[in-house]
Design a protein around this ligand. Structure first.
Ligand code: ADP
Length: 445
């Protein structure tokens, strides 16, 4: 399956791929996105409203004032540097804040302002004088729950009577003791325990339920079932809000089961294209040969920054060592690193501290480094069946409309098999990938 353009690998399939190959973990990828995100992903497309509750507000807002928020909340929003609602917020906020409450299913890629939107909705929704839990928010992992909590605490910093608690593993309280915090964020298992086994939360008093990262959640079987069990404990008129970066069949099925008659809004993602990219392949016999070809490219081209993709961690380490020996400043990214370490490496690379980033599959997304002018597939992207992985190819090489800059992509071909893959990629994108002729390198620029 392909969620958010990432490859979802089941555990046993992963083993089939070999330990050394980095699988893409959805929840980690999502956390990484949050850690390295600094600004809103702007979208030029309009929000699509797919299904509307007949009584839902027809309008969208262009300013935060129009929402008539509590002054202390509005102050919190502005203190975060938000001047106006993002695209998705323009439509989502009036629906989420409407009276009577409206259910909402919203899909937009990461970075478009979903978390900020439901954080605002929860802060606006709670009655601070009531010292019990009124809003529940479910997230796939501890780290993601903490990220959401930080947004709420920052946005709500002037709402002094509104408090947040975390229902995450290890956060223990005495059985039967009710939680006083109005907003509780947690992972499905612990949140379910808090609502049923430990009776910290009376689910019937919860009037807003937020399910974030529904796609990630649903991909994890246990999480899906537990989320559903929490949902069944809630009262019938609890307001339901579901957010997802992608919307494939499994997400739809779940969403429609838990939230019939919801407002559904979607924001199309900006498509990646190969339009501004000049693609080539070079024939190499061995990894040493590939390394030589890389050095030749460097000798000829003026390269701002380069990203180099390898299939295995071992290969990535080897190449990084070679490049370092050759005098390059190299950043290395691979799956055995923690998400925080990865975020740190990406941050340094984005700031231009290193000019070359060698990586396995772990991070082909999330790094929209404008100054990357060369992408090298040291190893070509293949799926588990050994076929061309076109989606990964596009994510590595492609740019969205936001990045108009030209770039080069060089594919290293070391066997008949990898030549086949180049041919498959050519066919898929209907675009010729010519052989790189070193004598043409100069005129390429
Ligand atoms: P998502 O949940 O869709 O991934 P976030 O809510 O985390 O998106 O927002 C992405 C980034 O944009 C964050 O850094 C957030 O602080 C910022 N952001 C969110 N809404 C706005 C806004 N209205 N104006 C400016 N920045 C915003």
């Amino acid at each position: 399956g392909d969620i958010n353009g990432n490859i979802v690998l089941q555990k046993d399939e992963r083993e089939g791929w070999g330990e050394d190959v980095d699988p893409v973990n959805l929840a980690e990828q999502s956390l990484l996105n949050k850690l390295i995100r600094r600004t809103l992903v702007r979208s030029r497309t309009e929000v699509e409203v797919l299904q509307r509750d007949p009584s839902s507000p027809l309008f969208s807002v262009k300013t935060f004032e129009e929402l008539r928020l509590k002054p202390e909340l509005l102050r919190g929003v502005y203190s975060m540097g938000f001047n106006r609602p993002s695209r998705i917020q323009e439509s989502a906020l009036p629906m989420m804040l409407a009276q009577p409450p409206q259910n909402l299913i919203a899909q937009a890629q990461s970075g478009t302002g979903k978390t900020a939107a439901f954080s605002l909705a929860m802060l606006s929704h709670v009655n601070p004088t009531n010292k019990w839990t009124q809003c529940l928010c479910v997230a796939p992992t501890y780290e993601l729950a903490v990220q959401i909590g930080q947004v709420i605490e920052q946005m709500g910093k002037f709402c002094v009577d509104v408090k947040v608690a975390y229902a995450v593993r290890g956060n223990r309280m005495e059985r039967g003791v009710p939680v006083k915090e109005q907003i509780v964020i947690g992972t499905p298992g612990t949140l379910l325990d808090w609502c049923s086994k430990y009776k910290h939360i009376d689910p019937k008093k919860v009037s807003m339920f937020v399910l974030d990262e529904a796609d990630v959640m649903i991909a994890i079987q246990g999480h899906r079932d537990q989320s559903f069990r929490i949902y069944r404990l809630l009262s019938k008129d609890c307001q339901m809000l579901l957010f997802s970066a992608t919307f494939e069949e499994s997400v739809w099925k779940f969403a429609e089961k838990v939230i019939p008659n919801a407002n559904i809004i979607k924001l199309k993602r900006e498509e990646e294209t190969l339009d501004n990219i000049r693609q080539f392949y070079v024939i190499c016999k061995s990894k040493e040969d590939k390394f030589m070809a890389l050095c030749n490219l460097y000798g000829t081209l003026t390269i701002a920054q380069a990203m180099i993709f390898c299939h295995t961690r071992k290969m990535a380490r080897w190449l990084a060592a070679q490049l370092t020996q050759d005098g390059h400043q190299v950043a290395l990214l691979s799956g055995e690193m923690t998400v925080e370490q990865r975020a740190h490496v990406i941050e340094r690379f984005r700031n231009g501290r290193e000019k070359v980033l060698v990586t396995t599959n772990v991070c082909s997304r999330g790094i929209d480094v404008e100054q990357v002018s060369l992408v090298v597939n040291f190893d070509l992207p293949v799926d588990m069946a050994g076929k061309a992985d076109n989606d990964t190819y596009l994510h590595r090489i492609g740019r969205t409309g936001r990045f108009g800059r030209r770039g080069f992509a060089v594919n290293m071909v070391d066997s008949k098999c990898s030549m086949d893959i180049i041919n498959q990629i050519e066919m898929h994108f209907n675009r010729k990938i010519p052989k790189l002729d070193p004598s043409n390198l100069v005129e390429m620029e």
